[in-house]
Write a protein that binds this ligand. Structure first.
Ligand code: UDP
Ligand code: MG
Length: 316
């Protein structure tokens, strides 16, 4: 029997400052495991020298392979590219910024050898995150899990170990809006959890702030639940019932006490209220229709520019 191979998949976007530290550390850890390994970097259209640094590393170390996407497609797409090209028997997606401690790989391997197909890393200490990020992350997990069909475990990121069977299952999902946290949970399999404290970034900046995180959250919710669409049906029923009761009571009042004109302020409030409610409903619908539209184009998730494994001459 041949020895299993471990594939490390690392999406990189403007990570020139941390690549060396990361590569040294991960090479050290993988050396301790006695498994063969490949280190697959996906350059997601970095605007700094990440690609040059990566190619220089790949020249020196045959374990290193570099996939270069034709532009920035986002972390989810970069991860998808990595999973599709990784050749190992187990695959470990990890961030380049050292926020996912490479030492945890030892725990991953231990759990995998017990027979688990998925080993996730759960952040028990998020003190490296800002208060706002902690609160919004928490709210997101609560909201998502209360309405989505498949729960995503809270405080679990993409850092995990998955076996080839799981990767094959993931590849059966044809959607091109790839919310990986949801996709990982959706495919299931026997899962073990190891805990860790999240480190602050070694260098560089997070690309997920404010608006981008909000869109990421919307993506997660709309990709895995249609509950926000259904809410409007029930809201409609409730408000229609209220309107009916109110209407009836006004008719009865008018018959008994005669016509009474005042009520301009409450009327205006109600008109504005329902105008707002309807716009929100339309907005939610628009959100889904937009996604349907993008999905219906059947565009590829990413475009590959080059692969260090394929010699230059073979590529045209
Ligand atoms: N990343 C990427 N493409 C992007 C944004 C980020 O490949 O468009 C990579 C980034 O290089 C890092 C990982 O995804 O390895 C996580 O990104 P980041 O540290 O910015 O996110 P955070 O840790 O703040 O969630
Ligand atoms: Mg990070």
């Amino acid at each position: 029997m041949t020895k299993p191979v471990i594939s490390i998949v690392c999406p990189c976007f403007n990570e020139q400052e941390v690549i060396h530290t990361f590569t040294d550390k991960i090479t050290e850890i993988l050396g301790e495991t006695n498994f063969s390994y490949e280190l697959l970097f996906v350059n997601d259209g970095s605007r700094d020298d990440t690609l040059t640094v990566l190619y220089a590393l790949a020249e020196k170390d045959k374990h290193i392979r570099v996939l270069n996407l034709s532009r920035n497609f986002g972390k989810e797409a970069a991860l998808t590219a990595g999973l599709e090209h990784a050749e190992g028997d187990v695959i470990i997606p990890i961030d380049a910024d050292m926020q996912d401690p490479p030492e945890l790989i030892h725990d991953f391997i231990r759990e995998w050898q017990k027979g688990y197909d998925v080993v996730v890393a759960k952040r028990i200490d998020r003190s490296s995150d800002t208060l706002a990020k902690k609160i919004t992350a928490n709210l997101f997990y609560k909201f998502h899990n209360s309405i989505a069909d498949v729960e995503i475990p809270d405080n679990v990121g993409d850092f995990r170990l998955i076996t080839r069977r799981v990767v094959q299952a993931i590849q059966l999902l044809p959607e091109n809006q790839r919310f990986m946290k949801g996709i990982f949970s959706w495919v299931g399999f026997k899962t073990s959890v190891v805990e860790y404290a999240r480190q602050p970034r070694a260098a560089g900046e997070s690309s997920f702030n404010g608006w981008r995180l909000w869109n990421f959250a919307l993506e997660g919710i709309t990709s895995f639940s249609t509950a926000p669409l259904r809410v409007w049906l029930y809201l409609g029923v409730i408000f229609s019932a209220i309107a009916f009761i109110l209407g009836a009571s006004i008719i009865i009042k008018t018959l008994v006490f005669g016509v009474d004109i005042p009520g301009y302020a409450s009327l205006l409030t109600i008109v504005l209220f329902f105008g707002g409610i309807q716009l929100i409903g339309l907005g939610v619908m628009g959100e889904y229709i937009g996604r349907l539209y993008m999905e219906s184009k059947r565009r590829p998730v990413y475009i590959l520019d080059s692969d260090s494994k394929t010699p230059e001459s073979d590529r045209r």
